[in-house]
Write a protein that binds this ligand. Structure first.
Ligand code: CP3
Length: 343
């Protein structure tokens, strides 16, 4: 199925396009009343993730309602720990919780390397979504970076410091590497399955990149992201490592096509560090969308000016916050479309 709107893919390939493509991290979900209606009819978040027809429906909602240039499959990065044998719960208004965590070699021994078929519900959701999208926009697949997944598996949930996870890197580096490698192989299997099912590109979320020192990041995160990027040869790859200022120059040299920036990363500096053979994605502060339309327009224009006319995918610098007015989100999408048009 050829894509009717392939702006995103042409931008990734480095082409000068008629305008800048736009989508939002975390666009599928929470901000839309249409999402909440589907979600409230179910037992919870996991039932939605695990029901392919409904996951496809909420994946497509932002394409219809917001007019974004890509869909991102509705799932979560935490499906991988579960596929490896560590169940998670999504606690209403609080976030993820793992009843069992990884503390020792014996715990790692109980895990398995996951296969794409262990996450069959998301693979099926991708197939249904591709069919229903009918080529309107590309579909983005995703996974967590091994370090971020490791952090949840060791910590057992969200944390301000992730000190248990960071501690394990010092107390048992060998076991840490063993677990990171198991997560990496599982992630490669999963992403290959996503690509086979029809995703047009994939994004790797290293949400907890910024809590590691550059030295620890270079040892415990970067090599595994690199392995994933080397293994996925079929589609373009985006790496988004939140708060990892120090990693930008490294990402310029690995086998990824796009680098995501958060809103604290200076655009000109990022361009210089990453180089011109990658596309950049981002990076408006999600809080811009709480402001007036005039201030959203001004911030969007300023962002577009700084990134320039090519090799930029407009997005926020992190996921859209749940209480953002969908009208403001739509206004941002419309502004990118209007202000970036070129002859
Ligand atoms: O981007 C999208 O729209 C696609 C769907 C998507 C979800 N999670 C759905 C979700 C994606 C890409 C993710 C990625 C994800 N999940 C990350 C990386 C991106 C980031 O934000 O840094 C992380 C760290 C997680 C783990 C996770 N899932 C947390 C910490 C939470 C609770 C806090 C929160 O953001 O709500 C979730 C729950 C979650 N994942 C929700 C959604 C729509 C909200 C739950 C609900 O609707 O009940």
């Amino acid at each position: 199925m050829p894509l009717k709107n392939d702006l995103l893919l042409r931008t990734i390939a480095g082409e000068k396009t008629e305008r800048t493509p736009v989508w939002l991290m975390r666009q599928a979900g929470r901000i839309l009343p249409e999402y909440r209606a589907v979600r409230n009819s179910l037992s919870g978040f996991k039932e939605l993730v695990e029901t392919p027809e409904l996951a496809a429906e909420v994946t497509i909602q932002p394409v219809d309602i917001l007019g974004v240039d890509a869909a991102i499959i509705f799932s979560d990065i935490l499906v991988i720990p579960e596929a490896m044998g560590l169940q998670y719960e999504m606690v209403e208004k609080r976030g993820p919780h793992f009843p069992e965590t990884i503390k020792s070699a014996a715990d790692v021994k109980k895990l398995k390397v996951a296969d794409a078929s262990d996450v069959q519900y998301t693979i099926d959701a991708i197939k249904v979504t591709k069919k229903e999208l009918d080529g309107r926009v590309p579909l983005i697949g995703f996974a967590g970076a091994p370090w971020t997944i490791f952090a949840y598996m060791v910590e057992g949930g969200g944390s301000k410091t992730f000190s248990k996870a960071r501690a394990m890197l010092y107390t048992d580096p060998e076991l840490s590497h063993q677990l990171l490698q198991m997560i990496t192989t599982s992630t490669i299997n999963y992403l290959k399955g996503q690509v086979e099912a029809g995703t047009d590109l994939v994004q790797i979320f290293d949400s907890w990149a910024g809590i590691l020192s550059p030295t620890q990041y270079e040892k415990f995160s970067l090599p595994y992201i690199k392995k994933i990027c080397d293994a996925i040869t079929e589609v373009p790859k985006t790496v988004f490592a939140k708060d990892a200022y120090f990693a930008r120059a490294w990402f310029g040299k690995i086998n990824c096509n796009t680098v995501g920036l958060d809103w604290c990363m200076d655009i000109a500096e990022s361009k210089a560090l990453i180089g011109d053979n990658k596309t950049l994605q981002g990076n408006l502060d999600p809080c811009v969308l709480y402001g007036s339309e005039a201030s959203i327009k001004e911030a969007t224009q300023s962002m577009l000016n700084q990134f320039g006319p090519a090799r930029h995918i407009a997005n926020l610098g992190h996921g859209v916050y749940p209480d953002t007015d969908p009208g403001k989100v739509k206004f941002f999408v419309d502004m990118v479309k209007e202000l970036s048009v070129r002859a």
